[in-house]
Write a protein that binds this ligand. Structure first.
Ligand SMILES: C[S@@+](CC[C@H](N)C(=O)[O-])C[C@H]1O[C@@H](n2cnc3c(N)ncnc32)[C@H](O)[C@@H]1O
Length: 380
C-alpha cells in the first residue's frame, strides 16, 4: 500500500520536474517520498546531484497524492541549483573495513566516572545507558554548588562517554524535571527542567538527538509528592499543578557521517547481528508504560524492563553496555542476561560492594567480571 503511494509520488514529481525544471533534468533527482503525518501530506525531496545530494526543494502532495499542496517555489529551487551546482563533490569515502569493538571484559569499577573513563580507549562501549546522579537544589543535600555546576559535571562525564563510545552508537539517558518543594508559605515550589538543559549539553558534546521516549508510571506512583494538593482544594486557575507520572528517556546517537546501515553492515560478526534481530512484538510508539522499581539497597534503581527494552533496541549481542553511574548495577544484570558485556562505574563504595555481591550471586562464575578500584579511590 505505502509502496504504491511512494511510486505515485515519484511519478508525479518526475512530471513536475520535466515541466518546471527542464533546464536541469540532468542535475535534479528525486529523494525518498515520505508521509508527514503531522500535516497529512506527502513530501517529495528534490536533490541536486553534485556528489553531495544537497536538498534544493520539495514538492508537497495531499494524502492521496491527487493534487499538489502549497506552492512549489520554482524560482527559489532554480536559484539554489545555480548556487550549488558547481560546489566540489565530497571525496569518495574510503570504505573503512569492518567495525571491531575493543575487547574489554565485564568490569565493575569504584571511582569517579570522569576519571575512570579517561583510562579507556575509543570503541570501548557500543551503548551507554544511565540515569545520572540526582540534582538537589538544597545546598545542604547537594554535592554541587549550584545547578550550573551540576550541568558542568554532566558535560564532562558525557564528553568522556563520547570518547569511548563507538561511532554512530547510542547514548540513552533517563532524566526528569526535579521538583523543589516550597520551604514556607511565602515561597512556591519549583520544577527544574533538567531534560531540556541536559539536551543542550549532550548535543554540544557531539551527539545527535534521535528520540524522546516517555516512560509512563501507573497513576498513583507520584502521588506521595503532594503536588497539586492546593489546586485540589481551591480549584483556582493558575494554581493547577499536575502530578508528574512520566520520566524522560532521551536517545542520542554519536555524531558521524556514517548511516545506521553502516553500523549494521560493517559489524565484524554478521551472525551476532542476525541473532540480535528484534523478533515478535515491540514498542511501536515512544510511550512506554513501565512500573517503577524499588530496592531497599538503593534509592533510585532502574526497572529492569526499561533497561531490557533499551538494550534490545539499541545494541547487538556482545556489545559492551556502559553505565557510568551504575548504582545497584541493574544495567549489568540485564546486559548479562541479554548476552551483552558491561562496564559499570559508581563512586560510592557502598554501591560498589552491592554490585559485587549481587553480580557474584547471580552470575556465579559463568563469565569473567573484573572488580577494580580506581587509583584515585585506593584507600577509600
Ligand atoms: C540515579 S543513581 C543510578 C541508579 C541505577 N540506575 C540503578 O539501577 O541502580 C546514580 C548513581 O551515580 C553515582 N554517582 C554519583 N556521582 C558519581 C560520579 N562522579 N562517578 C560515578 N558515579 C557517581 C551515585 O552513587 C548513584 O549510585
Amino acid at each position: 500500500m505505502k509502496n504504491g503511494y511512494v511510486k505515485k509520488a515519484r511519478t508525479k514529481a518526475q512530471v513536475w520536474i520535466k515541466e518546471n525544471l527542464s533546464d536541469y533534468l540532468d542535475v535534479v533527482s528525486i529523494g525518498l517520498p515520505e508521509y508527514d503525518d503531522r500535516y497529512n501530506i506527502w513530501r517529495v525531496p528534490l536533490n541536486l546531484e553534485n556528489g553531495k545530494d544537497r536538498l534544493v526543494g520539495e514538492i508537497k502532495y495531499d494524502k492521496s497524492i491527487e493534487k499538489m499542496v502549497g506552492r512549489t517555489k520554482t524560482k527559489i529551487i532554480t536559484e539554489r541549483i545555480e548556487k550549488y551546482r558547481n560546489e566540489k563533490p565530497k571525496k569518495a569515502k574510503q570504505k573503512s573495513g569492518l567495525f571491531y569493538p575493543a575487547p574489554i571484559p565485564n568490569k565493575v569499577i569504584l571511582g569517579d566516572a570522569i576519571k575512570v573513563l579517561e583510562d579507556f580507549p575509543p570503541d570501548t562501549a557500543q551503548l551507554m545507558i544511565t540515569s545520572p546522579p540526582y540534582f538537589n537544589a538544597k545546598p545542604e543535600y547537594s554535592e554541587y554548588v549550584d545547578y550550573q555546576e551540576y550541568l558542568d559535571f554532566l558535560r564532562k562525564a558525557i564528553a568522556r562517554v563520547h570518547n569511548v563510545l563507538s561511532d554512530g552508537r547510542f547514548l540513552v539517558m533517563n532524566v526528569s524535571p526535579v521538583l523543589i518543594r516550597r520551604t514556607s508559605r511565602k515561597t512556591s515550589s519549583k520544577r527544574i527542567p533538567i531534560p531540556f538543559d541536559v539536551h543542550k549539553v549532550i548535543e554540544s558534546v557531539g551527539f545527535e538527538f534521535m528520540d524522546d521516549i516517555i516512560w509512563v508510571k501507573p497513576e498513583g506512583a507520584g502521588w506521595n509528592l503532594g503536588r497539586g494538593r492546593r489546586f485540589r482544594a481551591d480549584r483556582q486557575p493558575l494554581q493547577y499543578k499536575p502530578v508528574p507520572v512520566t520520566e524522560h528517556v532521551l536517545v542520542y546517537r554519536k555524531k558521524t557521517d556514517k548511516l545506521i546501515d553502516w553500523n549494521i553492515r560493517r559489524h565484524y560478526d554478521q551472525k551476532l547481528v542476525k541473532r540480535s534481530k528484534i523478533r515478535g512484538k515491540y514498542e511501536v510508539t515512544n510511550v512506554w508504560h513501565i512500573h517503577p522499581a524499588f530496592s531497599k539497597h538503593h534509592p533510585a534503581v532502574f526497572p529492569r524492563e526499561l533497561v531490557r527494552r533499551i538494550i534490545r533496541y539499541y545494541s547487538f549481542k556482545d556489545d559492551l553496555v556502559l553505565d557510568p553511574f551504575a548504582g545497584s548495577g541493574t544495567v549489568g544484570h540485564v546486559a548479562y542476561e541479554m548476552g551483552r558485556r558491561f562496564l559499570l562505574i559508581d563512586n560510592d563504595p557502598k554501591y560498589f560492594k552491592l554490585m559485587k555481591r549481587a553480580l557474584n550471586e547471580r552470575i556465579k562464575n559463568k563469565i569473567r567480571i573484573d572488580y577494580e578500584i580506581h587509583e584515585t579511590f585506593k584507600g577509600v
